[in-house]
Write a protein that binds this ligand. Sequence first.
Ligand SMILES: CSC[C@H]1O[C@H](OP(=O)(O)O)[C@H](O)[C@@H]1O
Ligand SMILES: Nc1ncnc2[nH]cnc12
Length: 290
Amino acid sequence: MAQAQIGIIGGSGLYKMNALKDIEEVQLSTPFGSPSDAVILGTLDETRVAFLARHGRNHTLLPSELPFRANIYAMKQLGVEYLISASAVGSLKEEVKPLDMVVPDQFIDRTKNRISTFFGEGVVAHIAFGDPVCHQLAGILAEAIASLNLPDVTLHRGGTYICMEGPAFSTKAESHLYRSWDATVIGMTNLPEAKLAREAEIAYATLALVTDYDCWHPNHDSVTVEMVIANLQRNATNAQKVIQETVRRLSQNPPPSEAHSALKYAILTRLDQAPAATKEKLHLLLQKYL
Ligand SMILES: CSC[C@H]1O[C@H](OP(=O)(O)O)[C@H](O)[C@@H]1O
Ligand SMILES: Nc1ncnc2[nH]cnc12
């Protein structure tokens, strides 16, 4: 099977990477169903990367409908060790303005209807998730953003991403509540992805692209999809530059990541006693530990 060490998941507004060369489109099937779309393998400068449009290339999947497990498993099948997620977010802080970029280091889970683990069916594992983002990958991403000096874009290193269920945006009461928790941005997708990436021992970091002030700001209209897309289109060119620069830096010096051994002390079940069918299903994740 084709391989790529670096994966990219593009969110709302980022449905393709324009700079990819020598493209190969692969339809993958996984024990968890099909991913959101075909994975696009292509070369960015000298480096082979795997790109997936999170909601499908025509944006046909709701956040609650996303096949998170299939998406992450597909990346694992391709040999991805570093996964960069690009996502549209609303801002929960005055100083985090639309068109700014945030590299969050924490998440709060407000989802209600997501499957966020590969485990179960006779194999129990509890990954550590106190630091849900790969520190090294997030650092490279932030350095890449800073190095580009993008006009009108302020970089915010660190911050908390609230992951809500959606698809409706928040009420004002919810938005104020999240502000009282000192959260930085809000979206609907990245937390399940980060958990599953960690279980799959893939280093994960988020490029959060601010599109709106959600609905809490007294001087800005409440978020609408129109607002999000208009700003994301303005963001998309910048996001592609950032991803390209991140891939360039990462491929020159891929860092060690704690994520790469996340399952080492996480599996409680004696694997020699575990159901064969589950071991078969999770072979890609468990093979190091069998
Ligand atoms: C189109 S606005 C809401 C939508 O945008 C974000 O998606 P993604 O994280 O894939 O960029 C947000 O999470 C919602 O799914
Ligand atoms: N305000 C917001 N809430 C949730 N997801 C978003 N994606 C972009 N803006 C958002």
